[in-house]
Design a binder for this molecule. Structure first.
Ligand SMILES: Cc1cc2nc3c(=O)[nH]c(=O)nc-3n(C[C@H](O)[C@H](O)[C@H](O)COP(=O)(O)OP(=O)(O)OC[C@H]3O[C@@H](n4cnc5c(N)ncnc54)[C@H](O)[C@@H]3O)c2cc1C
Length: 350
């Protein structure tokens, strides 16, 4: 018998698979690569201090040291590089914002992440920054596709992954185990991202999916190795290519590129970018966000051999490694799931 069948090999399923393997469990993964995946269109940015109020993100002090160790470990395991530490520069929009941010950094005790810097001469004639801005460290980009492809290669070598659609009707629930298409497992854990709304066991959880789009653009000039962020952001990829994003749309949940999305991102980056650019690619997907903005981890109250790890929303890169470790500790050692993540908070709903 295999301990865990994991459904989905996005950020959630992949990180959970590694954390379970690390603790000595046996796993098998089913993933349908023909389905749209949020992870495969993600910008991959991680940033401990976000929003117009310069707020430290939920659990930042735990998540950030953890994520560097985790992804570096997987880089060593797979022999591929996909984690890039890149500071984020937020040019001040005006004097008022400068004064506000100067107060917020000590108020929010984020000095270990953020500092105010003067205007950068290297950006002159390319990016507007007449007043300087906030430089945030411990940020960067995960090349999510590369991380997932390298991981798929690793799981392939272990003969632990199959590319197929999971069929919910083929589950047979017994007293202490569960079987799927004739194979026994201790648990089936669903990591289906946005597609969980089709899952008969967990579809009533309060998801609040949000569509997003990004652009890949080409500049004919060089910029210092920084992510520039002023609401819309510009992130260096290879050479003169950059990723720009992102949009948030709650009413049209599909993975189709839209002219409005493209326009919104172009207009957003033109607020600070003063050089010409060429759009070379566009991507769209649906983020598995939740109503209370907290992920979902836990076992079904009626069928405790079925579990879920989902709801990573807009921050899958930073949340997934730490919360997957927490869920694996629960599944294998009975440790409590983080109180804000556990689906026990929502028992009445499903
Ligand atoms: C435009 C955009 C930009 C983003 N930018 C960032 C960013 O910069 N930083 C960040 O941290 N996050 C970002 N995100 C959010 C991030 O993508 C998500 O938090 C995260 O990827 C969710 O991962 P997941 O594994 O839960 O879901 P998914 O990545 O959607 O993975 C689910 C997997 O399950 C499989 N699956 C589902 N149902 C079945 C089934 N029945 N049978 C077989 N397989 C199945 C799918 O094929 C898929 O591979 C962005 C998202 C979007 C859309």
């Amino acid at each position: 018998m295999i301990d865990f069948l994991i459904v989905g090999q996005g950020l959630a399923g992949t990180t959970l698979a590694y954390q379970l393997l690390k603790k000595g469990a046996s796993i098998s993964i089913i993933d349908n690569p023909a389905l749209p995946s949020s992870s495969r269109v993600a910008g991959g940015m991680f940033n401990p201090v976000t929003g117009k109020h310069l707020a430290k993100t939920w659990l930042a002090d735990e998540l950030y040291p953890y994520l560097f160790n985790f992804y570096r470990e997987i880089e060593n395991l797979t022999g591929e590089i996909f984690l890039y530490e890149i500071p984020i520069y937020r040019p001040f929009k005006n004097e008022q914002q400068k004064a506000q941010f100067e107060k917020l950094i000590p108020k929010h005790q984020i000095e270990k992440y953020c500092k105010i810097i003067p205007p950068q001469t290297e950006l002159q004639g390319k990016v507007l920054n007449p007043l300087g801005g906030v430089l945030t460290e411990q940020c960067g980009r995960l090349d999510v596709e590369k991380f997932l492809d390298a991981s798929k290669g690793y799981f392939d070598k272990l003969r632990s992954i199959s590319n197929e659609e999971f069929d919910y009707k083929s589950i047979e629930i017994q007293e202490s185990t569960i079987s799927y298409k004739g194979n026994d497992y201790q648990y089936i854990i669903f990591c289906e991202g946005f597609h969980a709304i089709r899952n008969p066991f967990f579809k009533n959880l309060p998801f609040n999916p949000v569509k997003g789009e990004t652009l890949d653009i080409k500049l004919n000039t060089k910029l210092p190795p920084q992510i520039i962020n002023q609401g819309k952001w510009l992130m260096p990829l290879e050479g003169s290519t950059f990723k720009a994003g992102a949009t948030y749309v709650w009413h049209e949940l599909n993975d189709r590129n839209s002219e409005e999305g493209k326009q919104q991102i172009e207009d957003g980056i033109r607020q600070f970018l003063t050089v010409q650019f060429e759009v070379i690619d566009q991507k769209a997907g649906v983020r598995p966000a939740t109503k209370d903005r907290r992920p979902f981890a836990g076992l079904h109250p009626e069928f405790p051999s079925l579990g879920i790890f989902n709801g990573l929303g807009t921050k899958g890169v930073s949340l997934a490694p730490y919360l997957a470790a927490n869920f694996a500790d629960h599944l294998l050692d009975g440790k409590e799931i983080n109180t804000e993540t556990t689906i026990d908070r929502l028992n009445a709903l499903y």
